[in-house]
Design a protein around this ligand. Sequence first.
Ligand SMILES: Nc1ncnc2c1ncn2[C@@H]1O[C@H](COP(=O)(O)OP(=O)(O)OP(=O)(O)O)[C@@H](O)[C@H]1O
Length: 604
Amino acid sequence: MKMTRKHQLLRPIAAMTWRTNRRASLLVTALVVLQAGAVAMNGLSQRWVIDSAGLDTMTGLLAAVVVGALSHAVMAAGGRYQSNLQSDLADRVDVQVNEDVLTMVAGVPTIDHLERPDYLDRISVLRHGTRSLAAAGWLLADAGAAAASILLSLWLLIGVHPALALLAVFAIPPLWVASRGERMVRQARDAGAQHERREEAVHDLFTDVARNKEIRTSRAGRRLNDEASASWDAWNLRLTNAELGSVLWQLGGWLVYSAGFGVTLVVVIAMAADGRASLGDLALVLALGMRMRWQVRFVVDNFLRLAEAGQATRHFSWLTSYAAQRAGKGTVAPGRSLHDGIVLRDVHFTYPGAEAAALNAIDLTLRPGRTVALVGDNGAGKTTLAKLLTGMHAPDTGSVTVDGVHLDALDVDSWRLRTSATYQDFVKFEVPVSEAVGIGRLTPPAPPEEIADALDRAGAARFVDRLPDGVDTQLGLLHEGVDLSHGQWQRVALARGLLRTDVSLLVLDEPTAALDPQAEQDLYERFTRETRANPGRVTLLVSHRFSTVHMADEIVVMKNGRVTEHGSHAELMAARGHYCDLFTKQAMGYADAGEVPEVGQALS
Ligand SMILES: Nc1ncnc2c1ncn2[C@@H]1O[C@H](COP(=O)(O)OP(=O)(O)OP(=O)(O)O)[C@@H](O)[C@H]1O
């Protein structure tokens, strides 16, 4: 990673630390600077003490003892106090960095980063590394102070004999091998992120009631766990090997330093023996040499931790620039009422890593005031198209425009204000019913009458009235609430999607998959009537049931990512194509079961 990028990130981290606690930040900075001088002063005082020992005057000895005591106090007590303060500050900044990461992850308008394994790996490594990232500024300051202290020590050593500067050369191998070892560990950690995610995902399977049922039935629990554990163990072995390799390299580096220090001592002892150096000089070299070993070690350790922070820093920088790149261009979405509608021109889209395109050459105009039904077999591309329209994905080529403005040029928040959607993989919010529905409002809280209206339009009012506390009933077993049937949960999700009525685009992606065909048809008829009364809105109904969408103003049939038929029910029936074929089969089936009586009329 380039230094400039690191600096770009260190600045906000430093600013966050400063904002968190100014007094503590100032105190720690002062202690860092003091520490840098204390080591050299300590060595120097030892020389003064020894050199003053033979003299008549006590003043020099006293001054040396005071300097020595002070520097020792700064190193011992100050060091501990400083590290406690630093750790406390880093903890608080960690919370802030974590929040920033989550805000960025959630703030990226598209969802590609949540579907791509390589991006998920980066986010996972970053989320595990926020603590080291938060401490990065102090690590750098400490390493800088230690480096300054080493230079000061060197200057004092050169005062004894210039050749003693060679001790600095022996400090290079430990630094160099530390960097090499760190690279090995970092690569192993990056490579293992997917195993870590997998292990976590498997553990989640065991604690989630809904998924746990399936695992128990299929008795797949042990196998899944064994597989995830095996892949985790393999990665752990690789990480342990890398860490062991790193330690061996460091051991080699320290052996070189120790040998150099030994040679230095022999030289100074020889100098003292023939009178070219005093006993004080010998004490100084001994003290500084020992301290320098400690200081180099400190720089190395900080460097290793800084490199770990660097790994998180790289991913943080990536996320920051990715989020900035993906941010809306700032054009505010056109007014609530659409005029020209939403136009897709030659839209192609392939999921990252997928071989086949999910959408292929889509040309479609969704006109305001109309309900458009999107039908097709499983995997036809219906949900993908819905996700493109709500801005979750951007087309690879082609364009999506809203009243003539390109969707990727729109301010995403303003477009989200104009859209509402219910997806087939809805969320079961375990909160009171009113909140589970009220979350659908962008500026909470939702007034009770709006919630009641949404529940009514979603066909949920009746069963909610029967709940122990009506709309105040706590949902879900997690908080000792009431669990609902899957269809009831789906109706609550639908009410959430229907809460906002001032939208330009309403996407209902199989919102009724858990309901019977008759209930689905009733709801679809209602949405179609509502949209006709709302001439500035487009409602997109996604369904794989051909028989329940015949009332829509337009029906779009999709197959293998392409639009194969498009028109009104009557037009498509007259064309006698795929739609006519499947509609007839499905409608007949339901009519035989007496579920969708209107279908008979529609067929005739
Ligand atoms: N996140 C994803 N990553 C890779 N491929 C995906 C992803 N989501 C969907 N696909 C693929 O894209 C194609 C279209 O999927 P899509 O979910 O849009 O179909 P659909 O018509 O909504 O199907 P269904 O009726 O089953 O919901 C499928 O081949 C599917 O495998």
